[in-house]
Design a protein around this ligand. Structure first.
Ligand SMILES: *Cc1c(COP(=O)(O)O)cnc(C)c1O
Length: 447
């Protein structure tokens, strides 16, 4: 699966748009509204016809490497054949069934397998995407305290956090340009600083100490839950923290009798070099949200895993105890079949994610020598580095410049502000990875 398709080995030829900002090459489709996209500022989306392994093929025949796993979901590679076959097979047997009165084997199997790799987390609740996976954790945490007759309102999240775009998830996330229009309606969340770190960072201990002191202060107020993205905050710019910091956070949360929610929507399923970031960080959350890589990136699905003790607080003859939450497509059998096939691949080849950091490292070391880059950092399959902000013009403009230059070299990247990062699917071969770094290096040199 990870071998590049040989009869398509010609390098992609991209004739980049040489236009200025504002003069767009192709018009935007009059009936579509694309996410996070601004017609007045951005290039229009390009038509993709197929994908295989790390490659995407455009309608005009160009091929580009998907260096960010299509927004962090494509886990093994595009068109991974065993997952495609599992979905096709399941579609012919049972495509969907109401999950309130019925259960089915793909769901049972997936729940058993995931609970097995998460000792202590014995209950699994299905939903549809990362945001709902987080919402479900949040509602369970709040209702848990309510059902126990000791309601707690305070929630603690980290600076820079991103937990999704629905209202609850948005409230947990950092306030930003993205949340501005809704800020007055977002519920209050206490914020703890995030002591992000990088190679040769000499200030990290000092900043970790400050964050822990702040957390201790906040935890003096009875707290329903503390939510964090373990090891790597994705959307805030691949901000990485040390495992020891997370252990100290977990200790304090536990000592305060509060619940710890790990949002592993992005970090789950090998991205950080271990099957799950919480395992690598040696923390034991009470609730976990998983989504992006769950189905190998084939179908939208999420799960929230919780401790048995939490579930038991919802069991009782009083209907008030029930978790009144569900989605039309809860536990969709196609999604479950895809997730089971994806897990089988991960279990058969742990070396693919465990060994990825070592493949990044020499390239990232080389890239870090660029004078206009700083703060190189690496965690499993995720490599990131910052453009020095002092020399940057307008950040969105620079990001777009880099994206265009890389596209011209056959590599699709999507910088986050001044953060350049690669988060490739496991099918990315050595030569292809080298091509990604070559493209980034050239793009940065030509800024
Ligand atoms: C992407 C993401 C989400 C939201 O997932 P969606 O599927 O986009 O709703 C939540 N948390 C984290 C950490 C994410 O990276």
């Amino acid at each position: 699966m990870s071998t590049p398709i040989s009869n398509r080995s010609t390098q992609p030829q991209y004739h980049g748009h040489e236009h200025d900002q504002g003069t767009l090459s192709t018009p935007w489709h009059p009936n579509l509204w694309h996410p996070f996209a601004q017609e007045a500022l951005h290039d229009s989306p390009e038509m993709i016809c197929s994908g295989w392994g790390p490659w995407l093929e455009l309608e005009d025949g160009r091929r580009v490497l998907d260096a960010i796993s299509s927004w962090w979901v494509t886990l093994h590679g595009h068109g991974e054949p065993t997952i495609a076959a599992a979905i096709a097979q399941q579609a012919q047997r049972l495509e969907q069934v109401i999950f309130a009165n019925f259960s089915h084997h793909p769901a049972v199997t997936l729940a058993e397998r995931l609970c097995l790799v998460w000792p202590g987390l014995d209950r699994l609740f299905f939903s549809d995407n990362g945001s709902t996976g987080v919402e479900v954790c949040l509602k369970i945490a709040l209702q848990y305290w309510h059902n126990r007759g000791e309601p707690r309102q305070q929630l603690i999240a980290f600076a820079g956090a991103y937990h999704g775009d629905t209202f609850g998830a948005m409230a947990l996330g950092a306030r930003s340009l993205w949340t501005n229009p809704f800020d007055p309606l977002l519920f209050a969340v206490a914020r703890c600083p995030c002591p992000a770190t990088w190679w040769d960072d000499e200030t990290v201990e000092y900043r970790e100490q400050g964050a822990l002191e702040r957390l201790e202060q906040l935890l003096e107020t009875p707290t329903a839950a503390v939510i964090l993205e373990p090891l790597v905050q994705g959307a805030s710019g691949m901000a990485m923290v040390r495992p020891t910091f997370l252990q100290q956070v977990a200790e304090r949360v536990q000592a305060a009798g509060s619940l710890l929610i790990a949002d592993e929507v992005m970090t789950g399923f090998g991205r950080t070099g271990a099957l799950f970031a919480s395992h690598k960080a040696a923390i034991e959350p009470d609730l976990v949200a998983l989504s992006k890589g769950l189905t190998g990136g084939f179908l939208p699905m999420a799960v929230s895993l919780v401790r048995e003790e939490i579930y038991q607080a919802f069991v009782g003859e009083n209907p008030q105890r029930t978790l009144f939450h569900g989605h039309s497509f809860t536990a969709n059998p196609l999604g479950c079949a895809a997730a089971n096939a994806s897990l089988t691949l991960l279990e058969a080849h742990p070396e693919r994610y465990e060994g990825f950091a070592a493949r990044h490292r020499p390239h990232l070391e080389q890239l870090a020598r660029q004078p206009n880059l700083e703060h190189a950092r690496l965690c499993g399959t995720i490599a990131a580095i910052d453009l020095k902000v002092s020399q940057s013009g307008s950040l969105p403009h620079l990001g777009q410049q880099i994206r265009r230059a890389c596209m011209a070299d056959g590599v699709f990247v999507r910088p986050l502000g001044n953060v350049l990062y690669l988060l490739p699917p496991l099918a990315m071969g050595d030569e292809e990875l080298e091509q990604c770094y070559r493209a980034l290096t050239r793009a940065v040199e030509n800024l």
